[in-house]
Write a protein that binds this ligand. Structure first.
Ligand code: NAD
Ligand code: DAU
Length: 337
């Protein structure tokens, strides 16, 4: 499989994936389709756009004619679908756009993938489709879907459509369900870059509720290698969980960031909780490790240091993305808490 359509390739994980493919698998042609919402940023692809094996097109995955024409024009063999509205908090304010992109957009891509007889459709999904865990246990690929937020409900809907296209018409698909990613180019609405940005500016660090919510953090590069392995090695019709085996409470993560930046813990503020906040996520990744030889290569201690160093070295990037609309977003999301 040498000619792939990557959707959402100007966002956080998509851009990291495009960079990995161009750096490490340069016999692959990447067509990158991204509508450039607030989360999409061509700066994430700096140094990678003027390249014969990477064509960027600004466009919407819901635009069936555009997608179909691009697939013909560039002789695309597989789709890796990253494009999505990805932030839980935004889905609690404005769920409609999550249905448009995450559900209808995926459906548009599925119909075209089937029509064009593509070799593979890889849906990049999330552990949030499984809902929330108590104090013990892990999500496996057979854990029933039980999404709790409009975001996770839209992702679960998309997963079910993907599997239905496989079941009904034999579409060769894979679904990956990954835990929380962190690393370079993550938009500072998500917890880790938001806390880094606030700490750098001596602003309060807003911890939802008691801060004892648990996430299983994975460095973004390791998520991207897992997706590559699934794309190139997995049997059609299989689902893989991907995680870092690295559970941390939000308070632990924030304390680490403050410590690294030499900032006081007095910056921590407990604010009003997220409605319906999932208590704990933890992923059992043994299937992808056993079947596809994948394993994470970056420990959390290394990853968080690399991430903080990246934000310190890329203050221009950070300043660009937090200017303008971000200020209004921040005011709306945090002022009443
Ligand atoms: P992101 O919000 O940083 O990027 C999403 C990208 O999709 C942006 O570039 C945006 O412009 C683009 N996009 C949005 N709507 C589009 C549309 N209609 N047409 C074309 N492009 C569109 O998100 P992310 O964190 O990089 O997540 C990427 C994917 O990975 C998502 O599907 C998300 O559900 C999944 N995921 C994310 C995480 C995580 O921790 N961030 C973990 C597991 C899975
Ligand atoms: O688990 C995978 C998911 O991880 C992905 O599917 C989503 O796209 C991605 O956004 C992420 O979802 P979360 O809701 O877990 O990530 P977020 O960074 O928004 O929040 C992480 C934790 O930190 C969560 O428990 C909420 C908390 N939090 C978040 C923010 C933004 C705070 O306490 N304060 C904050 O200001």
């Amino acid at each position: 499989m040498k000619r792939i359509l990557v959707t959402g390739g100007a966002g956080f994980i998509g851009a990291n994936f495009v960079r990995l493919v161009l750096d490490e698998h340069p016999d692959t042609f990447v067509l990158n389709l991204d509508v450039l919402t607030y989360a999409g940023n061509l700066e994430n692809l700096k140094g990678y756009t003027d390249n014969p094996i990477h064509v960027f097109v600004k466009g919407d995955i819901c635009d069936a004619d555009l997608v179909a024409n691009l697939i013909d024009e560039h002789k695309i063999e597989a789709i890796v679908n990253f494009a999505a509205e990805s932030h839980v908090d935004r889905s609690l304010v404005e769920p409609g756009v999550f249905i448009e992109t995450n559900v209808k957009g995926t459906l548009t891509l599925l119909k075209i993938a089937l029509d064009k007889k593509l070799e593979r459709f890889l849906q990049v999904s999330t552990d949030e489709v499984y809902g929330s865990l108590g104090a013990d246990g892990f999500f496996t690929e057979t854990t029933p879907l039980s999404p709790n937020s409009p975001y996770s409900a839209s992702k679960a809907s998309a997963d079910m459509l993907v599997a239905a296209f496989g079941h009904s018409w034999g579409l060769p698909y894979n679904i990956t369900r990954c835990s929380n990613n962190y690393g370079p180019f993550q938009f500072p609405e998500k917890m880790i870059p938001l806390m880094i940005n606030n700490a750098l500016n001596d602003k309060a660090l807003p911890i939802y509720g008691d801060g004892l919510y648990v996430r299983d953090w994975l460095y973004v590069y390791d998520h991207c290698t897992a997706i590559w392995n699934v794309l190139t090695q997995a049997r059609a019709g299989t689902i893989y969980n991907i995680g870092g085996n690295n559970e941390k409470t939000n308070l632990e993560v924030v304390r680490l960031i403050l410590d690294r930046l030499n900032k006081p813990e007095s910056l921590i503020r407990h604010v009003k909780d997220r409605p319906g906040h999932d208590r704990r996520y933890a992923i059992d990744s043994s299937k992808v490790m056993r079947e596809l030889g994948w394993k994470p290569t970056v420990t959390f201690e290394e990853g968080i240091n690399k991430t903080i160093d990246w934000y310190l070295a890329n203050t221009d990037w950070l300043n660009h993305v937090v200017s303008g609309q971000y200020q209004q977003y921040y005011e709306d999301m945090y002022s009443g808490r």
